[in-house]
Design a protein. Structure first.
Length: 539
């Protein structure tokens, strides 16, 4: 019986009586559905609701659609109208026939039923009365259940199935499996599962609140012109750097907001309409160097120098020469990811200030993220201001990240607890790609994440996975998000940025001195969910 118990809101006494009779009299190989509802959509007339009082099914017999009318039933042949207790009702045989064909149409939409013969018929039940007299041609006595047949329901059901099937008992293959497929359609069970994306929406609101609280730190430092601010990954350094730069610009100051990483600079330019602000300059250190020495006509002959000489010595010297020639100066310099900046670079940047000794200079850094092995020291003599709250990562991600942290000032994770960090192992590159394909399908199709919410980061060999199709997804170093491509790049490239979901791959340990720092940076990019794929044998 579907449902297993009669619903309490069923008002029809006739339906309640039949439900109990079916439950008590029919053998166990019968399946009875009560009040089956559906929608039928026609291209011309649109969608229409459909319903049948009972659908009865049995292996090797088929499906019977039963329309029930309670009360004393009469029929006026002259007017072709049906009545219950002298109240006009719909033609029950027409209703049953329509329901039969509508249900048949819905079944044929399903793959299982598409090429199968479905033995199906219809009948009408008048359980409160005994039918006498002549009936219309579309209402044969064989398909009517009245109060008399109700006493021997099992035999009546068998007779009705035989009426519709005829003598051919071999046609079709309606069996126990067909019953199971019918149950899936007429009485489906909805199994819901927790969707990660919904939890992340709640977590995002909490992170937003924490970030707004962190920004209040700038109010405490508003009278300070020279400030070094340290904090581990997730403590809000980039947000504070951006906010400080915008506040100064809104007060009429000219500002240079700079960093080392090109992707981070591109991200900063897209925030708070920075491209439309006057006297707001956002560049990487080498980007501002190239801008000024090209405008000054001082571009170096790059083939004369090694890359290290060019970036570490030639660019800083030409920056100062070009700035002097162009008389290019700003009121404030804000440096993000300062641990990536060599000492000679930030000395050059200080000289870009109108007042190199007393101009506004804010320097944000995390010495544990010094993955480029820069030999540097904080550019200010004043003690740094330390950020102590992690406003980016969930507590479980933060706990995982700490195993790679070697700095002195630990921060506290104050955000949501979050999901467990997931770790998967693989034996070779084909298995890596297979695992990655399965994870991407799960995140996008099952959990509802957008392609732009997922970033794949690798510790090395960035060309191994880039520009490939993994399962149904294309992953690229510079994805076109309109084409739903997924970003895959090195940790170095993504440094300073973050993503709702990060998949860290190729995590086999190397002999590099900064490998723990690399993993620290990579794992801390994940705001809500971190997945680590690592070779078998690595714990």
């Amino acid at each position: 019986m579907f449902p297993e118990r009669m619903r309490s809101d069923v008002k029809s006494y006739a339906e309640r009586r039949l439900y109990q009779a079916f439950k008590e009299q029919l053998p166990d190989d019968f399946t009875v559905f009560h009040q089956v509802r559906w929608q039928v959509r026609h291209l011309n007339s649109g969608a229409r609701d459909g319903e049948v009082d009972f659908a009865i099914a049995c292996p090797h017999l088929g499906i019977l659609i039963l329309e029930v009318k309670g009360g004393v039933i009469t029929y006026n042949s002259a007017a072709h109208k049906w009545y219950s207790y002298n109240q006009q009702i719909q033609d029950p045989f027409e209703q049953a026939c329509d329901s039969k064909y509508n249900l048949l149409g819905r079944l044929k939409e399903q793959y299982y039923w598409r090429k199968r013969w479905i033995p199906i018929g219809h009948a009408v039940a008048f359980p409160d009365t005994r039918i006498q007299g002549r009936l219309p041609l579309d209402a044969p006595r064989d398909i009517i259940l009245d109060a008399i047949q109700l006493q021997n329901l099992s035999d009546w059901i068998q007779a009705v199935f035989n009426y519709w099937r005829g003598h051919d008992r071999t046609r079709g293959n309606f069996d126990a499996n067909s019953i199971r497929e019918l149950v899936k359609i007429l009485s489906p069970s909805i199994v819901s599962e927790s969707v990660l994306i919904s939890k992340i929406g709640t977590e995002a609101q909490e992170f937003k609140r924490l970030t707004e609280e962190q920004i209040n730190i700038l109010d405490l430092l508003s009278q300070q012109r020279r400030v070094a601010i340290s904090g581990c990954a997730g403590s809000g350094k980039t947000i504070l750097a951006l906010e400080k730069a915008c506040r100064l610009n809104e007060q009429g100051f000219s500002v240079l907001l700079t960093c080392f990483n090109r992707a981070l600079a591109q991200y900063l330019r897209k925030q708070k309409n920075i491209d439309r602000r006057l006297n707001m300059h956002v560049y990487t250190f080498h980007g501002i160097c190239e801008k000024l020495f090209r405008e000054a006509g001082l571009a170096p002959e790059k083939n004369r120098f090694t890359e290290e000489e060019l970036f570490n010595r030639v660019y800083p010297n030409l920056l100062l020469e070009a700035a002097d020639k162009l008389n290019w100066r700003v009121d404030a310099v804000i440096v993000d990811e300062g641990q990536d900046i060599c000492e000679d670079w930030w000395l050059a940047m200080k000289c870009l200030l109108h007042d190199p000794d007393n101009g506004i200079f804010y320097f944000f850094y995390d010495d544990n993220q010094n993955i480029f092995d820069r030999h540097w020291k904080p550019p200010l003599e004043e003690a740094p201001f330390s950020l102590t709250k992690n406003c980016r990562n969930t507590q479980k991600i933060h706990s995982y990240v700490l195993q790679f942290y070697s700095g002195q000032n630990l921060t506290q994770a104050v955000g949501p607890i979050g999901q467990d960090v997931e770790i998967f192992h693989y034996d070779n590159d084909p298995q890596l790609k297979k695992t990655l394909s399965r994870l991407l399908h799960y995140l996008v199709v099952k959990q509802g994440f957008s392609h732009r919410d997922i970033v794949i980061l690798t510790t090395k060999r960035k060309q191994t996975l880039q520009n490939q199709i993994i399962g149904q997804f294309r992953i690229k170093a510079d994805p076109n998000l309109n084409l739903q491509e997924i970003l895959c790049n090195t940790i170095h490239h993504f440094k300073g940025l973050e993503s709702p979901v990060v998949i860290l791959v190729e995590t086999e340990r190397t002999n590099a001195n900064n490998f723990n720092k690399l993993l620290y940076v990579g794992t801390s990019r994940a705001r809500h969910h971190l997945i680590v794929l690592q070779p078998s044998g690595i714990k």
